[in-house]
Design a protein. Structure first.
Lengths: 538, 418
């Protein structure tokens, strides 16, 4: 029998996951459908910056206020996804100091603690910062792991009764008498079409939401804006570094886990390219040129990869030309807007405000369903961030080798105890760069919805270190096949696809050591192993 | 320091060249920075597996003329179709004389078993490795594929499933040995070279023999990962002798134990022939006069130069730092000689890594004698051999080891003729 749902949420990014969690916590039966893996769209392709809001303070007071509020909330509810690094807004000689005064005033007006400090003090705080700086302001920026954050929301949604299905691509909205009553989706794993019904359907598809809205015959005017970023091979800085000027290209350098990120560029792209973003040589050069102004050592730092996400910029309803775009949260009730009942679009916003977007959307859902429950997502810690559980977990896994213990806790928070580590075989290392054990890989495969090596990478960081999956990819493919995830010929195809996915990010920055690494990878897999992307003849 | 020849680079190509020169009575030094591509060898040496058109090659000897016609820039074009077989034979003989036991023939490729279980055309294969005369399948009809528990750099099921498709009955056996627990408890140590050190011990060989005898059943052969024998050559022979079974190995993920052994054998043979092998040193500068290199300077020897009549550049491609890619261009970092390459970085790559990548055919430009060009003109006494050469694709054409060895033979011949 078909399970009954109150709400279907389309899109497994941070926003969709946030809506699902909020619904679940309020007792609404939610189903989340994602066409690939969770966090594969813009959610997984940004800076991972825990914005203080300072960047928006001068131009967009409302966004700045939202940001700092959510910033403080995430530090509490998602502590295992957040690193409280602090941030600097630096002024370089070419920027002058005029902007700084205006900036500090605007920050304070939005409730952001902004403090001008002596440039020398800034250099002591963050030795990698450009020593030519003439001014610096501290702000409560930090870094956040977007995948971990999304995964924790999904996990909590499921713990409270929501159903989350990945690799389900919505192909059609089911319309009855002018209302949306469900969806038809292609199960990408089996190739079958499935039908799901609910009173309300939420479009949380990010840039892909543009086309989802069309399926209901309504128009949401979105503009795809490509943003390219570079990942450096080690942690260049420990404090987020921004430029104290009007927001521009490549002016934020964020530390995250073992790496640092510079971004972004911003360029309009056509809709038919949003599924396959390649970073160009020119974009790489621009990012590097600007990044070096924040931290000169970037010139000599190895770049691991380049990648790009697509922001869903939403044109105001009253401006069909699309010139006036908003980065604010946009909740569209298509019943009042377009006369289509049972359909809501949630878009705009930012990773930082995913929770608030979930709250507003769920408030609207509640109104429609007549549910009284209030939002509690700002108070209840996410799985992985529950303080008592974490302390207990730390004690439980105390016997693990230090690096493994720390890595595992870092990635899974209080769920780390579920990683099997009782035997030497389970503690064997799959990925040396990121200290991922056999036990952790098995935990991810069994409990975290892993369908392929790229899914596994998102959950464990397998293949994300400096070697970009040289040996670990093959080991992990073996484990996946061993555990019956797929047959060996699919495992080999998956391995080749994984290596190519890594290559996609490496090719734009393949000079120096990155090209050396790529040549080695090719020798190993193309040569020694004889792996190809050619279809096997059966 | 004064030598007849200075060879920069101590991998397969530099060693083959150095061995031939030293045996001919030349005073030679090899300056080697460290590891070479032999450390991740497949256990086989390819000569020619496919033409640039994509057509696969059964007999390199018969098809080399076509290769040269399709790709006139190929290093084999400088060797020439007539001298090709003879040069290949000389290269093979150099390995055999150094005690590297290989077999194979330029007249007919055979097939090696990859870690993915597929069969791939090749020229020479180290003794002990699984090989087959045809692409259709193994000669053995019933095998046991064994692996040590917890060794993740070798996945038996990849091999077993492919072999079954080709009509071989397969069984998997996972074994554990007390001696391996010591390294297994330190999880990063479960790598082929470390395991091989353990299997060098008599007691472990005895225990493994017992396991093989117990598990082999009615199989024709027992197949193991190539993690046997790093400081001794007879481990596989010992296993065969004690069990009375056919035993053979399959390549693992790196490091390649038989590759390391080959490197050591070649180096020892070079030293026996009177050559000097300087490990862990890097060339840092040189003197040049009238288009001739007079001497090179290294990091370890400071201002004490190495003078010689001839210099050989065998520094490899990108991985070994024989070529260096900057954001703007690919350069040869030691002598700044000409590098054949695409005009801009956007043209270096294909989106499918497994496709023919333009960067793979970048390399040092040479004249017909394999002398390096600078500004289009040859340097009088700077020869180039090995992976740093331009104009070919080692992987799609299946000719990487062949180019390394044959160019080394030709360069040594050219030097001896002078």
């Amino acid at each position: 029998m078909q399970k009954e749902f109150d709400v279907i949420i389309i899109g497994g990014g941070a926003t969709g996951a946030g809506v699902a969690r909020d619904c679940a916590l309020r007792g609404i039966r939610a189903l989340l459908l994602e066409r690939f893996d969770i966090a594969t769209g813009a959610t997984g392709r940004n800076h991972g910056l825990l914005h203080s809001g300072a960047r928006y303070a001068v131009n967009d007071h409302e966004s700045a206020e939202e940001c700092i509020r959510e910033n403080m909330i995430l530090r509490r509810i998602a502590s295992h996804c957040v690193e409280e690094t602090g941030g600097l807004f630096i002024s370089l000689p070419e920027d002058g100091l005029d902007f700084q005064a205006k900036f500090i005033t605007a920050c304070r007006a939005a409730g952001i603690a902004a403090e001008a400090i002596d440039p020398k003090q800034a250099l002591r705080m963050e030795p990698s910062v450009n020593p030519a700086l003439i001014g610096a302001v501290t702000v409560p920026d930090g870094s956040v792991d977007p995948f971990r954050l999304t995964a924790a929301n999904v996990l909590d949604a499921k713990l409270h009764g929501a159903e989350v299905l990945t690799y389900q691509e919505v192909s059609e909205l089911i319309m009855e008498q002018g209302r949306v009553v469900g969806v038809r989706a292609l199960d990408r794993k089996s190739g079958e079409m499935r039908e799901y019904r609910a009173r309300i359907t939420v479009n949380a598809g990010g840039i892909w939401g543009h086309n989802i809205a069309k399926k209901a015959g309504v128009t949401v005017n979105m503009l795809p804006a490509k943003g390219a970023l570079l990942i450096f091979g080690h942690r260049v800085n420990n404090v987020v570094i921004n430029r104290c000027r009007k927001p521009a290209d490549a002016d934020i350098l964020v530390p995250g886990d073992t790496i640092s990120l510079i971004g972004t560029t911003s360029s309009k792209v056509p809709f038919d390219e949003v599924d396959d973003m390649y970073v160009t040589a020119d974009e790489v050069d621009l990012l590097l040129r600007e990044g070096m102004k924040l931290a000169p050592s970037l010139e000599h730092t190895r770049i691991l990869r380049a990648y790009a996400g697509v922001r869903p910029l939403v044109a105001s309803d009253d401006d069909p030309s699309g010139r006036s775009v908003s980065r604010g949260i946009v909740v569209l009730d298509h019943a009042t807007r377009d006369g289509v009942e049972g359909f809501i679009t949630i878009t705009g916003g930012k990773l930082m405000t995913y929770r608030l977007m979930g709250e507003w959307t769920t408030d609207l859902i509640c109104k429609k369903l007549g549910v009284e429950a209030k939002c509690t997502t700002a108070e209840r810690p996410l799985p992985g961030s529950r303080k008592e559980e974490r302390e207990r977990t730390e004690k439980k896994i105390h016997a693990l080798p230090t690096l493994q213990r720390e890595s595992s806790l870092h990635r899974h928070g209080d769920m780390a105890e579920r990683v099997e580590a009782t035997t030497a075989a389970k503690r064997s290392i799959v990925c040396e760069c990121e200290e991922v054990s056999v036990g952790e890989v098995e935990y991810a495969i069994n409990a975290l919805e892993v369908n392929n090596l790229v899914d596994l990478r998102r959950r464990t960081r397998v293949g994300m270190g400096t070697c970009q999956g040289e040996l670990c990819a093959c080991r992990a493919a073996g484990l996946m096949a061993e555990m019956g995830r797929y047959c060996t010929s699919r495992a080999k195809q998956d391995l080749a696809a994984f290596i190519n996915e890594r290559w996609k990010g490496m090719a734009p920055v393949a000079w120096g050591d990155t090209l050396r690494e790529s040549e080695f990878t090719k020798w190993l897999y193309g040569g020694v192993c004889g792996l190809t992307t050619k279809k096997e003849e059966e | 320091m004064r030598y007849d020849s200075v060879i920069i680079g101590g991998g397969l190509s530099g060693l083959v060249c150095g061995l031939r020169l030293a045996k001919a009575g030349k005073r030679c030094v090899i300056i080697s920075a460290g590891q070479s591509a032999l450390h991740f060898s497949s256990g086989s040496f390819d000569l020619l597996g496919a033409l640039p058109s994509g057509e696969s090659v059964g007999s390199p000897a018969e098809r080399v003329a076509q290769l040269i016609e399709q790709e006139p820039s190929h290093p084999y074009a400088k060797i020439g179709a007539e001298a090709f077989v003879e040069t290949a034979e000389a290269a093979k003989q150099t390995l055999v004389d150094a005690g590297v036991r290989v077999s194979g023939d330029a007249a007919q490729n055979h097939y090696r078993l990859t870690p993915m279980g597929t069969l791939k055309a090749t020229w020479l294969t180290l003794d002990g490795y699984v090989r087959s005369a045809t692409e259709e399948g193994l000669e053995w009809k019933n095998v046991v594929v064994m692996n040590a528990e917890g060794f993740l750099d070798f996945y038996t099921q990849f091999i077993v499933d492919e072999l079954r498709k080709k009509g071989t009955t397969c069984r998997v056996c996972s074994f554990s040995l007390a001696a391996l627990d010591a390294i297994r408890n330190n999880p990063t140590e479960m790598r082929s070279a470390n395991i091989a050190r353990i299997f060098d011990g008599e007691e472990c060989i005895a225990q493994l023999s017992e396991i093989i005898s117990r598990e082999a059943g009615d199989s024709d052969a027992v197949l193991l990962p190539a993690f046997l024998g790093i400081n001794r050559y007879d481990v596989l022979d010992e296993l065969k002798r004690r069990t009375g079974r056919e035993c053979a190995v399959i390549a693992t993920l790196p490091p390649s134990v038989p590759g390391i052994r080959t490197q050591i054998a070649l180096r020892r043979a070079f030293e026996r022939a009177g050559g000097v092998y300087m490990l862990g040193d890097t060339v840092a500068g040189y003197d040049e006069k009238d288009g001739r290199i007079e001497r090179v300077y290294t990091v370890n020897h400071g201002d004490i130069g190495f003078s010689a009549d001839e210099f050989v550049l065998a520094t490899g491609s990108f991985f070994s730092r024989g070529l260096e890619a900057t954001r703007e261009a690919v350069i040869e970092p030691l002598f700044g000689v000409d590098v054949e390459q695409a005009a801009s970085r956007g043209e270096w790559f294909e989106r499918d890594l497994f496709a023919k990548q333009p960067f793979e055919s970048f390399g040092v430009a040479t004249d017909g004698e394999f002398r390096a060009l600078r500004g289009g003109k040859p340097l009088q006494n700077l020869y180039v051999c090995g992976a740093g050469l331009s104009g070919y694709n080692p992987l799609t054409e299946g000719c990487g080891a062949g180019v390394s060895m044959l160019s080394a033979v030709r360069v040594s011949d050219n030097i001896l003729k002078r």
